[in-house]
Design a protein around this ligand. Sequence first.
Ligand code: GUN
Length: 283
Amino acid sequence: MAARVLDGKAVAAAIRGELAEEVERLAAAGRRPTLAAVLVGDDEASHIYVGSKQRAAERSGIGSRRVELPADASQQDVLAAVAELNADDGVHGILVQLPLPDGLDPVAVQDAIDPAKDVDGLHPENAGRLLRGDPRFAPCTAIGIVELLRREKVPVEGSHVVIVGRGLLVGRPLAVLLSAKAPGANATVTLCHTGTSDLAGFTRQADVLVAAAGRPAMITPGMVKPGAAVVDVGNHRVDGRIVGDVAPEVAEVAGALTPVPGGVGPMTVALLLANTVAAARQG
Ligand code: GUN
């Protein structure tokens, strides 16, 4: 039987609709939420992602700025762009699109963003607050997955969530969020990675399996417990087609599955907008 579709596109549209009302309230009070994206170099995927974030912002009435720097920009150039946005009262959220070109240090750039404008949740203050159980901004893909599971009524509390991939944008913060003693979380979380031996032995135990490894079609049907909910964070272009980290045949085994595209991607954008609105509300 084919898996139920966890429709990130539809859920994200609902979230954007809810945000639009608050955006207008804030705008009427003279604080239209505004997001600034810093894009360094000419990575094609990054240009596409930033373009879709900006279009989504504009559709929700959120102000949108873009700062483009050339691929040979220096660390100082990037830090100067961030400093300018930090000082600009008309900007509430700052996003520096990753990956940065070789030679630039993303950690130093994240450290330089005003934590009150860090809508990516990557500044050490925000990462520390998340770990401490007092989150302000958390990485958008991670909170997007939590929100999708909640709105699609996938049982999480008391379940076994297995995450494949320990990256700072998804796997690591998601493990913290879903293991928190909080409604919609309180799961037993296993975080698998490239050092995990017998990966399939873990993934087959998952009630909720999150594939965030960055490897096309690496989760195959034999790695999935029948009826499990599977969240596919991957987005790869292979032979001209978009594929995730989950092989398409998994739909025959899983109970629920996020499509690629149209699953996690739109949720990431919607929660980026939610963080930007929250930044304007708090700021
Ligand atoms: N590159 C891929 N995903 C992301 C994200 O969520 N934030 C940033 N800044 N860069 C990314």
